[in-house]
Design a protein around this ligand. Structure first.
Ligand code: 0X9
Ligand code: CA
Ligand code: ZN
Length: 324
């Protein structure tokens, strides 16, 4: 369980219960799908939120993911907040109503349930980051999920081949079961040859940043990223950051990463994918472990940014005046 001062954070079981209660209460708006299982056999869930949720309608889809990194527990709260907001405000909040009427929203609240459970299992935090997958030929446990995605995997010095490293990329691209499950889910949203998911945010902590691809290169344009692509990414990213007070930048400005989810989502699937680094801005303010009293403020803080991305998701190039 979570230690004193953190008990409002949801354990995996508590999150699952809350999700099941929402599905039971709003069956026309939310549906739950088990898209696969983690290394240790925990269900990885995808929640779909939309009007007429049981039908696959021809609407732009938007994906929100959380908790690739075990110790970043605030991101699960972010996902649960969005789920609660979308369901409880449908029919009363006009922007949310319009989005649920015209988008299909996917929320994967916990990409790394094993790591999250391990981080809190001892009663005090372990500062665990990776998943809990044994590494063949090593005593070290865990792959950094956000270095394991199958796009430019291990290409550029933005990950480690050493199993003991915090940024161990795994023995091969998509070697982590959790990455395979979510990548297969994303690919399953290709309908008639077209990827239905148009935009995405992957939530992390901390540093208060809005990041966009690519992370593997310092170049802002190049193969797979036209000037228009870049400008749309930057314009939408800056708009979201203006709403939550985060700092917007290309992810490689933070540091080079290869095998990160947003590079795969854009590079392989052409999804307008962002990474949010949530509260706090620095280690002094609690680092990976801010007290549970900040949860309402720091999740609500991203409401406007999420709405802005949803609203532009039907045609991201509209942000730069180039509607297709
Ligand atoms: O290193 C990471 O994976 C992220 N930072 S964290 O402290 N949450 O671990 C930053 C990733 C930035 N790169 C991309 N988003 N590509
Ligand atoms: Ca719908
Ligand atoms: Zn992270």
């Amino acid at each position: 369980d979570f230690p004193a001062g953190y008990t409002k954070y949801h354990t995996y079981d508590e999150a699952t219960k809350e999700i099941d209660a929402l599905v039971a209460r709003y069956p026309a708006l939310v549906s739950k799908k088990v898209i696969g299982t983690s290394q240790e056999g925990r269900d990885i869930l995808a929640l779909k939120v939309s009007r007429n949720v049981t039908e696959d309608e021809a609407e732009p889809e938007v994906l929100f993911t959380a908790h690739q990194h075990a110790r970043e527990h605030l991101t699960v709260e972010m996902a649960l907040y969005l789920l609660g907001e979308f369901t409880s405000k449908y029919g009363s909040d006009p922007r949310i109503t319009k989005m649920l009427d015209s988008r299909e929203i996917w929320i994967i609240p916990d990409l790394n349930p094993d790591g999250g459970a391990y981080d809190i299992a001892a009663g005090s935090f372990r500062s665990w980051r990776k998943n809990r997958q044994p590494t063949p030929g090593s005593r070290s446990v865990g792959t950094d999920l956000n270095r394991n995605w199958d796009f430019k995997w291990g290409c550029c010095g933005g990950s480690s081949s050493s199993p003991s490293s915090e940024i161990y990329r795994g023995p091969s691209a998509a070697s982590a079961p959790e990455v395979q499950v979510v990548a297969n889910f994303v690919r399953s949203r290709i309908v008639g040859g077209t990827q239905q998911i148009k935009a995405a945010i992957d939530f992390h902590t901390y540093s208060e940043l809005v990041l966009w691809p690519f992370g593997f290169t310092d170049d802002d344009t190049g193969p797979g990223m036209t000037r228009d692509d870049h400008d749309a990414f930057a314009t939408i990213g800056k708009s979201m950051a203006a709403s939550n007070g985060y700092t917007p930048e290309q992810s490689s400005e933070l540091y080079i990463t290869d095998g990160a989810i947003d590079d795969w989502l854009w590079g392989d699937q052409k999804v307008f994918a962002y990474t949010f680094e949530m509260y706090p801005s620095s280690a002094g303010a609690g680092g990976f472990y801010p007290k549970d009293t900040v949860i309402p403020r720091e999740t609500t803080r991203n409401r406007e940014a999420v709405l802005r991305l949803l609203e532009v998701a039907d045609c991201p190039y509209r942000a730069i005046g180039k509607e297709a």
